[in-house]
Design a binder for this molecule. Structure first.
Ligand SMILES: NC(=O)C1=CN([C@@H]2O[C@H](COP(=O)(O)OP(=O)(O)OC[C@H]3O[C@@H](n4cnc5c(N)ncnc54)[C@H](O)[C@@H]3O)[C@@H](O)[C@H]2O)[C@H](O)CC1
Ligand SMILES: [K+]
Length: 501
């Protein structure tokens, strides 16, 4: 099962892996043609009713596969009198308004190839021709809201027709995630399909329909789902910046750079305000690294359980996303404090570095993203991984560990493995230069900035990819000299687009 949003991500990942959407469209159209062949014999009359998006584009391809005048070489070889169908294509709207290049190219191919293809300017002029099969390709997963005109009227004509209706991907006007007709009214119009050819994977909403559903493999590589890619960033790229997103790094003491890097990464990733809570003696130093941060100090030179109630109260009252761990050190009192923090906190947090080993030891209501390296993973009770290259070979064990822990695990090494115990993805983004100190801190801060406005698993996937991608964007300049602080600059481009590269 796959949701429409996830499908769009996988589609974009496939393109990044070298399988562009036009190629997928060719496979989709071919699958639609096969379905028509399954419901009607050659020679039957097929009316293709297409919209101006890629759903229509799939059907233009199908028309090429279906239409025939009996002279197709394969039909002759098989001894069939006619391998083709009497196919007409009806585009709802003018060709200039076709929304995508790939759909337009397939429309142009129909016109140049002298197929029977017409533009329908006004639905009042449109008579669905007498036919045996209607291919419904008005709208697919790109539908928003109730069917507008002319689609609404045409949907009614399709439903009234005495023909087998084959819908492309999803019956037009139906929400693929819920199976409901889109629109406010209970009697919202949608096509009533006899058959649906959907692509790549089943859609949750199609099960409840009174239609026979076929899932067609359109050649999307498995890696487009398994590997985190640019498609996984669609939630950030298509979303609006969250208001008042705040992050709160509880870190510093023996170290000062780590909390500063994490807090700055959070700002680069969409947080509006980034706070650091740090011990008195090091607070000015952390502030000195970056005027963008708001540093709040507490008594003592390291975190102790005494400070915890105040920190929890501050974080919860402002709904801050916490980063617990960077630069805290591992004094017994500090580990006790980390434990107490998790026991009392019920918000969202990224847990990193020295705070990680306490996670399995504590009951918490908090929502956590844990970001261990190989060594920290083992210390937490996760799998022992023999080398930095081998992390992804242990993906199944990491999934089992995340399931047992009840939190998202982002295990970082050459390739990162991200799991919530059910879903597991691998990020191969990154460069050899990233073994330098501090890149884990920018990763934790990035995850926190994203966690302010996105769900934990998605945030962890996006953070792994963006942090690695930031290094890739810089690598042609930095090679071995990459610094974690360089990543800060490149993070926004890695997340929101690389046009200025
Ligand atoms: N990997 C894949 O999933 C592939 C999917 N393919 C096919 O592409 C469609 C989705 O295409 P998209 O262009 O995103 O959207 P649509 O064709 O569904 O429609 C967009 C089009 O419709 C207009 N519109 C939106 N809402 C309404 C409405 N309520 N009433 C009228 N018109 C509406 C909007 O303005 C746009 O112009 C997917 O379903 C598959 O069939 C690829 O071909 C292969 C890979
Ligand atoms: K459709």
């Amino acid at each position: 099962m796959i949701s429409a949003d996830r499908m769009a991500q996988v589609d974009a990942n496939a393109a990044a892996l070298g399988v562009p959407r036009k190629q997928l469209m060719e496979s989709s159209g071919n699958a639609v043609a096969r379905e028509v062949r399954a419901v009607a014999d050659p020679g039957a009359r097929v009316a293709v009713v297409a919209g101006r998006g890629n759903n229509g584009g799939d059907a233009f391809v199908a028309a090429r596969f279906l239409d025939g005048d009996g002279s197709h070489p394969s039909a002759r070889r098989n001894g069939d009198s006619d391998g083709g169908y009497d196919t007409s294509v009806h585009l709802l709207g003018r060709a200039e308004t076709i929304a995508t290049d790939i759909a337009r190219e397939n429309w142009d191919a129909l016109r140049r190839g002298e197929y029977d293809a017409e533009e329908v300017g006004d639905s009042r002029d449109f008579d669905l021709p007498d036919c045996d099969v209607v291919v419904d390709a008005m709208l697919g997963t790109g539908v928003t809201g109730a069917l507008r005109e002319p689609e609404a009227t045409v949907a009614e004509r399709i439903n009234d027709a005495d023909a087998t209706v084959v819908s492309v991907d999803v019956p037009s006007g139906v929400n693929a995630d819920t199976g409901e007709a889109l629109g406010a009214s209970a009697d919202a119009t949608a096509v009533e399909a006899d058959r649906v050819v959907t692509f790549h994977d089943a859609k949750p909403g199609l099960d409840s329909l009174d239609a026979e559903v076929t899932v067609a493999d359109i050649g999307i590589p498995a890696a487009a789902e398994r590997l985190v890619g640019p498609g996984d960033l669609l939630p950030v790229r298509s979303g609006t910046k969250g208001d008042d997103a705040r992050t709160y790094v509880v870190g510093g003491g023996p170290y000062t750079g780590a909390p500063a890097l994490a807090a700055q990464a959070a700002l680069r990733t969409g947080a509006d305000l980034s706070f650091v809570a740090a011990p008195d003696p090091v607070a000015p130093q952390i502030q000195g690294y970056a005027e963008d941060l708001i540093v709040q100090s507490y008594d003592g030179d390291h975190l102790t359980p005494e400070q915890v109630p105040d920190l929890v109260e501050t974080a919860e009252s402002y709904d801050d996303v916490v980063v617990l761990g960077p630069g805290l050190g591992n004094a017994d009192e500090t580990l006790e404090a980390a434990k107490r923090f998790l026991a009392e906190f019920s918000g969202r947090a990224v847990v990193d570095a020295d705070a990680l080993p306490v996670v399995p030891e504590v009951e918490t209501d908090a929502t956590l993203v844990c970001t261990p390296n190989r060594k920290e993973l083992a210390e937490m009770g996760g799998p022992e991984v023999e080398s930095a290259d081998a992390l992804r070979d242990h993906a199944d064990e990491i999934e089992a560990f995340a399931d047992e822990l009840g939190h998202v695990v982002l295990a970082k090494a050459k390739d990162d493995v991200i799991s919530d115990g059910e879903r597991t993805r691998v990020s191969t983004a990154g460069t050899p230069g990233m073994t330098v100190g501090g890149t884990g801190d920018t990763l934790a801060g990035t995850a926190a900035g994203l966690l302010a406005t996105h769900d934990p698993f998605q945030s962890a996937c996006m953070a792994a990819y963006a942090n690695g991608r930031a290094a890739e964007l810089l690598d042609h300049r930095r090679h071995d000299g990459l610094l974690a602080s360089d990543l800060l600059d490149a993070l926004p481009r890695a997340l929101w687009g690389e046009d200025d590269e």
